[in-house]
Design a protein around this ligand. Structure first.
Ligand SMILES: [Zn+2]
Ligand SMILES: [Zn+2]
Length: 455
């Protein structure tokens, strides 16, 4: 019943053997976006797996083997139908092998073994990413058979369990692990003041885009972050001296031809590239400069279909579409029969941003198989893109705008909130008399706001 830290340590031991076999190959590919997942995975096991005595050819063979191991075969029959094809996976593997070959000319033979051993670190360097804080790594969730570790048995809700297993089957090991623990465990947070009443916990979330808990939250965050573009949008609506072209704030939707199957992450990336090319072409053809407009877009599939499309906000000189000029230009760029571009005037910046970023919460009621399909299609692909004036704008941050700054402080007295290492099940944390720091913070803020503005 009680999940002690001993259970976790045991779970780590069981799964470290598994991780040695799989994680080396899959980590760089599944590419945890959240560093924490990467750092803590049994470093001793990894070291042991890369002896120096091997010949360089063996080392290369092992890199290739690891790449193969990263793709876990699909056993679930109902999922096979919706998955991107075997051909697709084989193509990805082939490309990955070629990348390994291409990298070779930059390595001396005696460095080859080092390369294998240091690979995770090298990959991080290539992506210019900091190593995760090992103490924050979520415990491993699966044993060597891909079954949940003992502490999770009977604790993980059915839907969540299915989604995590499907992620694992798709080779997204980091995301699978975080999904397994999402919302079930938390960390002890004690107020520096030592006040016994100020003892809290913070929940551990997977932050996967298509997690039913974390997905809607991340869309709200995206909305808040990008609503800062509003003042810039208003500026772009103003006429410049000597330039009286009409200006618009519009919802601009761009779609691709429906191929009847889920596009791969590579195809989603190509779509985003094409949108950039589309705007270069618009600049040339309609005589609009980069300084005069801004465009923000977000890719999606809509619930239950395979039709990749983008919802965007355009602010700048009016674009012609009366004789389907934009649609024709997009068709030229894509060259695959993709045509539809719809442009409609937006009532306000918020309305347009809502149009681009809003996901109805019922969207996340889709089957776990569908949500995993989307997770795969958008793995390591940005969701929200910005162009021209909306790209990297210089906007002064208002104080208190980044809500996260107070996350490190006690919600009651504002003193530092200490972060104890290790994770515990929520029920155990509550039994210790702890409260959820984020919930208490919201309550405290609400009480403060009421006190400041009496009715
Ligand atoms: Zn989650
Ligand atoms: Zn306090």
């Amino acid at each position: 019943m009680h999940a002690t830290s001993c259970d976790f340590r045991r779970a780590l031991q069981i799964a470290s053997e598994f991780s040695d076999r799989v994680a080396r190959g899959s980590e760089p590919r599944s590419g945890s976006r959240f560093g924490a997942g990467v750092g803590g995975e049994a470093p001793s096991a990894r070291k042991a797996g890369a002896p120096n005595s091997q010949s360089t050819q063996d080392a290369r063979a092992r890199v290739l083997e690891a790449l193969d191991a990263a793709v876990i075969p699909l056993d679930e029959p109902f999922f096979r139908g919706t998955d991107s094809s075997v051909t697709e996976r084989n193509r990805n593997l082939r490309l990955a092998r070629n990348r390994v070959k291409q990298a070779e000319q930059y390595r001396s033979t005696e460095r080859e073994n080092d390369f294998v051993r240091e690979r995770p670190a090298l990959v991080r360097q290539m992506r210019n990413k900091k190593a995760g804080d090992a103490s924050r790594a979520v415990p491993l969730a699966f044993d060597e058979h891909g079954d949940f570790v003992e502490p999770l048995h009977g604790r993980i809700p059915e839907r969540q369990a299915l989604q995590a297993k499907l992620l694992l089957q798709q080779g997204l090991t980091g995301k699978a692990r975080r999904q397994s623990w999402c919302g079930l465990i938390g960390r002890r947070r004690d107020c520096f003041s030592g006040n016994a009443e100020h003892r809290f916990y913070t929940l551990c979330f997977c932050e996967n885009r298509y997690c039913p808990v974390c997905g809607p939250k991340s869309f709200r965050q995206l909305f808040n972050r990008h609503s800062r573009l509003r003042s810039l949008g208003e500026e772009l609506l103003k006429h410049q001296p000597g330039d009286h072209r009409p200006r618009v704030m519009a919802k601009l939707d761009i779609t691709t031809r429906n191929l009847g199957e889920m596009p791969s992450a590579a195809e989603v990336r190509r779509f985003n590239k094409d949108i950039r090319r589309f705007f270069r072409a618009i600049e040339k053809r309609f005589g609009i400069s980069r300084r005069e407009y801004g465009f923000l877009w977000c890719c999606e599939f809509g619930s239950g279909n395979t039709n990749l499309h983008a919802h965007g906000i355009y602010v700048g000189p009016a674009l012609p579409q009366r004789r389907r000029e934009l649609s024709k230009l997009w068709a030229e760029i894509r060259g695959d029969g993709s045509r539809i571009v719809s442009i409609k005037r937006a009532k306000s910046f918020e309305a347009a941003l809502g149009h681009a970023l809003k996901y109805p919460s019922k969207f996340f009621n889709a089957s776990p198989a569908r949500l995993v399909e989307l997770e795969v299609a958008f793995d390591r692909v940005r969701r929200v893109h910005t162009l021209a004036r909306f790209y990297n704008p210089k906007i002064e941050r208002e104080p208190g705008e980044d809500g996260n700054t107070d996350a490190g402080h006690c919600p009651i007295c504002g003193d530092l909130l200490l972060d104890a290492p290790g994770y515990h099940f929520v029920a155990d944390l509550q039994r210790e008399g702890r409260r959820n720091a984020d919930v208490v913070r919201v309550e405290a803020n609400r009480a403060r706001a009421l006190a400041e503005s009496p009715p």
